[in-house]
Design a protein around this ligand. Structure first.
Ligand code: F0G
Length: 459
């Protein structure tokens, strides 16, 4: 028979985690203002809050930690990372940053001014936050299929080229500093963008003379989907696909806490030396000198190694198939999740799960809290709380999708953990009719409110 895939690594070190009681969890989540970000990690059994910075580094990466060069300027670790960025993405110029939003802050400080428009495919919340903070507007040009959880489109992260063309046609070029494409598209469900679509976006960008930037947090998972789903790509290596993807871009930001498989770090890659010079000024102000940008030398060295490991096919296959295994289990239990399964996470459709809870009472948040109480599993709301208020009208924004994201850390949990998560959700699903109240907001910050929001049970 054909041999199945298996993880291309074995486990050398373990970290104990502890099961807790339902009564404990009920108290803890109440004390946390029903905000899962406010829980202590010891109060969580399986932590699917994020796949960001939560991955397990390899023994090779840990040995790079010991080799880290902590020189303030020109460290050997910086040059290791610089050469990995050149080899994998093809960018001659790069700046390390402390994480992805640091990269956004530095690059957007150069490029975005009040009144600008930044089209893209469902910008991530920090990306949108950094655009709106500068009194500019993020315009979502994702294809319509992305907003239908059940539509089985292989590349739901794709940009709708007609929508994009219209924006570029009716607005003066000076108002559009760049187009940003997020790989994979986190906000629409960890969904990939096809190579053909990237080519199409790049052609439009060139036609109108507008730079194309990639938000590259999960670029390797995106490349895996291109290899496994796109016509004519099956025989290429992941690195060949990545090289072609990035050949269409003028620059990139990256949170390396995802596909860099490190616990902290980010970077900006650029073709233009002028842009590099301008961004360097802000990097020095906000992040640190241009050869460390908020990272320790050891972090940069581990990241360089992580970029190579994340672009190996066997790793990506076991990663993406573990996520799909969880998705299939939930589907088999009758739970509606985003189709096809995303690269880093499974997204549960809370509109289908709790249709009887009014959307003003935050369905997805209600489901995330119930899942925690049921099994000590921590997911995250990707719905109306995260969508924030409209910056102009200050009204709540209710996105088309109310999702609970179960993000799977890289190389951390086993298939038994996936079974446990699925069983916890199935239990909530069976008692969903008994869940009759959502939440009301007690406190919220003016921007990126989901991190610190405090909630109370709705009346
Ligand atoms: N872009 C995308 C697509 C992201 O998913 C994230 C972070 C960022 C940018 C910002 O990077 O956290 O390093 O500053 N996403 C995390 C998540 C927080 O849970 O999805 P950061």
């Amino acid at each position: 028979m054909e041999l199945p895939f298996a993880e291309p690594y074995k486990i050398k070190m373990v970290e104990p985690i502890r099961r807790t009681t339902r009564e404990e969890r009920q108290q803890w989540i109440k004390d946390a203002g029903f905000n899962l970000f406010n829980l202590r990690s010891e109060q969580v059994y399986i932590d699917l809050l994020t796949d960001s910075g939560t991955g397990a580094m390899s023994d090779r990466q840990w040995s790079e930690i010991m080799l880290g060069d902590e020189s303030y300027a020109g460290s050997a670790s910086y040059y290791k990372l610089k050469s990995a960025v050149k080899e994998i993405f093809g960018f001659d110029h790069f700046l390390p940053t402390h994480q992805g939003r640091g990269a956004e802050n530095v690059l957007f400080s150069v490029l975005v001014k009040p009144g600008d428009l930044v089209p893209g495919n469902s910008h991530f919340d920090t990306t949108k936050g950094h655009i709106e903070f500068r009194q500019a507007t993020a315009i979502d040009c994702t294809i319509d299929e992305a907003f239908d959880c059940t539509a089985n489109h292989p590349f739901k992260g794709n940009v709708d080229l007609e929508k994009l063309d219209k924006i570029l046609k009716i607005n003066p070029k000076e108002r559009i500093p760049f187009i940003i494409v997020t790989l994979t598209c986190n906000s629409s469900g960890g969904q990939p963008v096809s190579l053909e679509n990237l080519k199409g976006v790049s052609a439009l960008a060139r036609k109108y003379g507008i730079p194309l930037i990639y938000d590259s947090a999960r670029f390797a998972e995106n490349a895996y989907f291109i290899k496994s789903r796109e016509k004519g790509q099956a025989n290429k290596t992941i690195r060949e696909i990545v090289a072609e993807m990035f050949s269409y871009a003028d620059g990139m930001t990256m949170s390396s806490k995802k596909d860099g498989i490190v616990n902290i770090g980010g970077l900006i890659g650029m073709r233009s030396v002028e842009l590099y010079q301008q961004a360097s000024v802000y990097n020095i102000m906000f992040e640190g000198f241009v050869t460390y940008g908020g990272q320790a030398g050891r972090d940069m060295a581990a990241l360089a190694r992580g970029l190579y490991e994340a672009t190996e096919f066997d790793y990506l296959e076991s990663r993406v198939k573990q996520v799909a295994y969880l998705g299939q289990k939930l589907t088999d239990y009758g739970i509606q999740v985003q189709q096809p399964y995303g690269g880093h996470a499974i997204f549960i459709d809370a509109n289908k799960f709790l249709p009887h809870i009014p959307k003003e009472e935050f369905r997805a948040q209600t489901l995330a809290v119930e899942l925690y109480i049921e099994g000590g599993v921590r997911g995250v709301e990707i719905g109306a709380i995260m969508a924030d208020r409209d910056p102009v009208t200050r009204e709540n924004r209710f996105p088309a999708l109310e999702l609970v994201r179960l993000a799977i850390p890289r190389r951390v949990y086993t298939f038994n953990h996936m079974d446990y998560i699925a069983a916890s959700l199935a239990n909530v699903f069976h008692r969903r009719e008994e869940i009759i109240k959502g939440f009301a907001i007690e406190y919220e910050a003016p921007i990126l409110r989901h991190f610190t929001v405090k909630l109370k049970r709705a009346e």
